[in-house]
Design a protein around this ligand. Sequence first.
Ligand code: GUN
Length: 291
Amino acid sequence: MTILDGRKVSNDIKNEIAEEVKKMKALGEKVPHLAAIIVGNDGASLTYVASKVKACERVGFESTMVRMSNTTSEIELLDKIEELNKNPEIDGFIIQLPLPKQIDTQKVLMAVDPDKDVDGFHPMNFGKMALDMSTFIPATPFGILELLDRYNVETKGKHTVVIGRSHIVGRPMSILMGRKGFPGNSTVTITHSHTKNITQITSQADIIISALGVPNFLKAEMVKDDVVIIDVGITRVVDETSPKGYVITGDVDFENVSKKASFITPVPGGVGPMTIAMLLKNTLLARELRH
Ligand code: GUN
């Protein structure tokens, strides 16, 4: 069994990006600038955005965090997006999800300039991705592809089962794994809340990508020997004995499933760090497109 070490690979990627930034600085060029809008006070979202800002500092990017209150109206948010669209200093920006109820998420994501959409959530970029055109690939799916690539995990002809159909992970992942090329060329099954007898499906999978958000959902009895496991779950589970009062728990019963797996991502330290590294990569790409 091989651990797909997202912490190590993401560090490698950040070092590669930092080298690029050094070269830009040596040439007196503008360094990439990422902005993040966060609306409200959700603890997990604040932590993620703080990690994104810290990662920018680490590689030498400029970063701007825009905090807006929980009662922000859709119009106010759309105005802020327009401001970032027009700001020539900003190469790319993201709107941290989820957004408060009064805001229509899809409407907001469609207001982002597709050339600055480093999350790859704009329908134009999502469509390009589905058509194999070069574009911003959403950071979490992009990170999973990069892990499979760097560990040379065979995907061609394999049966990939994706659990969850979210716009951020499950849906794009199901498209990417079936694309021509590597990683890709898989036969993909996407499962969701209406799927019947999920064990019958997961037990036939060569690769399982779980983005469900239910701690320890995937048990050893649900998988076959030598399965490849990608665990995208990052649920905070209350734990009085830990310093923060909670532990981050994945979708997979790691202790038992890892005994049957050929490759597996840990939580934490698997997909999570890769997401941030690939957001930086997309920001680098956005800067290249603009200059
Ligand atoms: N919320 C959970 N994952 C993501 C992500 O990749 N991007 C944004 N903007 N929000 C998220």
